[in-house]
Design a protein around this ligand. Structure first.
Ligand code: ATP
Ligand code: MG
Length: 426
C-alpha cells in the first residue's frame, strides 16, 4: 500500500504573494521607485544576510527586535548570521564599507524582504517587505521635510492620501533624551504597581519604549507621562519648529504626538509615523526619522542621517480596501491553434509578430483541448483579439480574427499581414 504524502506548506507568518495580488504590489513598487528617482535618490541593493553583530550594535541590545525577533543562526563556519530585520543598519554598514559618504552626501533607497520572529497576524508577518530611504550628510530639518513631502506625494499617487495621517515628534538630542529618560523612570517607578509586566521590565532596560506600549491598561498612564517637549535643548526645539514651519508652508498637515517613540535605539531628534485607521491594530504604514548617532556608532565619522521605511503589505492592504487597482489582462492577443499542423505554422507567425511589435502581450494557447475550452481561456485572458488558425485557414493561408470585447463580426486576413493588422488594431 502506498502512503499518502502530506503536502509541505509555507512557514507560519511567511506568505506567498500570488499573481492575483501582484498588480497592487507593482503599483506600489513602481510608484515608489519613480518618486524617489524624481527626488534624486539612487537605488542600493543590500544583502539579506548580515553578521549578527551589526544589528545588535545598531538597533540596541534591549530592543524587541534584538531581544526576541531576529532570525539568527550559525553558518557552517560557526559565524553568527542574521536575516536582516530592517534596512537602515546595513545601509550604513554598506556606505561606510564603500566610502560612499566620504566627504559627500548621499540619498539612497532600497526595497526587499525583512525578517522578524513576531506573532503572525493580519498586517504582521515574519517575512515582510519594506521599501526604505536613507539620506546621509544633511543636518538641517529641510531633509526631513522633503522626505515627508515625498511620502505625501507617494500616498497621493496611490490614491491613499485620505486614508493616512502623519504623526510627528522629536526625541531631542541624545543627551536631552537621557535627561528625559530619567524623568520617565521617576514617573513610572512612582506608579510601578500600575505597570504591566512588559513595561516593568522595560523600566530598567529601555524606559522610552514604555511609551510605545499597546497594553490597554497602560494607555492613561502613558498619556499623563512627562513630555519630551519639556526637555529639549534650544537647538532641538529650533530644529523641530523649523521642520513644522516648512511643512506648514508646504500645506502638509500633521499632528504632534509627544509620546511617539520608535522601537529602535538609534533615533535622535525627529521621529514620525504615517498611520491609518483602516487596518485595525497594525496601523503604521511608514515610520522614520533622524539618526545622527548611528554612523559613528558603526565606526564612521559623525554624520547626520535621516530615513524611513514603508511596510509594503500594509500599503497593499490599504489599496485592496480602496479597490482602485484593476488587475491588468494577461494578453492583448490570444492565439488559438486548432490542429497540430496549425501549431507548426502558427508559432512562427506569433514569434514574427513579437519581433515587430514591442511589448505586445501575445499568448498562444498551448494547452490544446476542445475549441470551446480554448475560447474560454481566450476570454478569461482579457485579450482584445483572438487569432484563430484551423484547417480552413491553413488551406487558404489565412487567419480568422475574432473581436473578444467588441460587438463586431469576425474578419479573415492573410497570414502574412498579421503584423500590419495587429499594429492597426491594438
Ligand atoms: P510596528 O509598530 O507595527 O511593530 P515597527 O515600529 O516595528 O512597526 P519599523 O521597524 O519602523 O516598524 O518598520 C517600518 C514599517 O514596516 C512599519 O511601519 C510597518 O508598516 C512595517 N512592518 C514592521 N514590522 C512588520 C511586520 N512584522 N509585518 C509587516 N509589516 C511590518
Ligand atoms: Mg515592531
Amino acid at each position: 500500500m502506498t502512503q499518502s504524502k502530506q503536502a509541505i506548506t509555507a512557514i507560519r507568518g511567511i506568505k506567498d504573494i500570488l499573481p492575483e495580488e501582484i498588480s497592487r504590489w507593482h503599483f506600489v513598487e513602481n510608484t515608489f521607485k519613480s518618486i524617489l528617482t524624481g527626488y534624486g535618490y539612487q537605488e542600493i541593493r543590500l544583502p539579506i544576510l548580515e553578521k549578527t553583530a551589526l544589528f545588535a550594535r545598531s538597533i540596541g541590545e534591549v530592543t524587541d527586535i534584538v531581544e526576541k525577533e531576529m532570525y539568527t543562526f550559525d553558518d557552517r563556519n560557526q559565524e553568527s548570521l542574521t536575516l536582516r530585520p530592517e534596512g537602515t543598519a546595513q545601509c550604513v554598514r554598506s556606505v561606510l564599507e564603500h566610502g560612499l559618504i566620504h566627504n559627500q552626501s548621499q540619498k539612497l533607497w532600497y526595497s526587499g524582504p525583512m525578517f522578524r520572529y513576531e506573532r503572525p497576524q493580519k498586517g504582521r508577518y515574519r517575512q515582510f517587505y519594506q521599501a526604505g530611504v536613507e539620506s546621509f550628510g544633511l543636518a538641517g530639518p529641510e531633509i526631513e521635510a522633503e522626505q515627508l513631502l515625498m511620502m505625501a506625494r507617494f500616498f497621493k499617487l496611490l490614491g491613499l492620501e485620505r486614508c493616512v495621517s502623519l504623526q510627528l515628534n522629536t526625541l531631542g538630542s541624545f543627551s536631552a533624551r537621557m535627561g528625559y529618560q530619567e524623568a520617565l523612570v521617576k514617573y513610572f517607578t512612582a506608579r510601578i504597581d500600575e505597570l504591566d509586566e512588559e513595561s516593568k521590565r522595560r523600566l530598567t532596560s529601555n524606559p522610552l519604549r514604555i511609551l510605545d506600549s499597546k497594553h490597554p491598561q497602560m494607555q492613561a498612564l502613558v498619556k499623563a507621562a512627562p513630555s519630551i517637549l519639556d526637555y529639549l535643548t534650544p537647538e532641538s526645539l529650533a530644529h523641530f519648529e523649523r521642520l513644522q514651519k516648512i511643512l506648514k508652508v508646504s500645506h502638509l498637515s500633521f499632528s504632534i504626538e509627544p509620546r511617539l517613540v520608535r522601537g529602535l535605539d538609534y533615533y535622535t531628534e525627529t521621529v514620525y509615523e504615517w498611520v491609518t485607521q483602516d487596518l485595525g491594530a497594525q496601523g503604521a504604514v511608514c515610520a522614520g526619522g533622524r539618526y545622527d548617532i548611528l554612523v559613528e556608532q558603526l565606526g564612521g565619522k559623525p554624520t547626520p542621517a535621516v530615513g524611513f521605511a514603508i511596510g509594503i503589505e500594509r500599503i497593499v492592504a490599504l489599496l485592496e480596501l480602496e479597490g482602485q487597482v484593476a488587475t491588468p489582462s494577461i494578453a492583448d492577443v490570444y492565439c488559438v491553434f486548432l490542429t497540430l499542423d496549425a501549431v507548426l505554422i502558427g508559432l512562427p507567425l506569433v514569434e514574427n509578430a513579437r519581433n515587430h511589435i514591442a511589448n505586445i502581450k501575445l499568448v498562444a494557447d498551448l494547452a490544446g483541448g476542445s475549441v470551446k475550452s480554448q475560447f474560454k481561456r481566450a476570454d478569461k485572458s482579457g485579450a482584445k483579439l483572438a487569432v484563430i488558425l484551423g484547417e480552413d485557414e491553413l488551406k487558404n493561408e489565412t487567419l480568422t480574427i475574432k473581436y473578444l470585447r467588441e460587438d463586431k463580426p469576425q474578419v479573415t486576413i492573410e497570414q502574412k499581414s498579421l503584423v500590419a493588422f495587429l499594429l492597426g488594431h491594438l
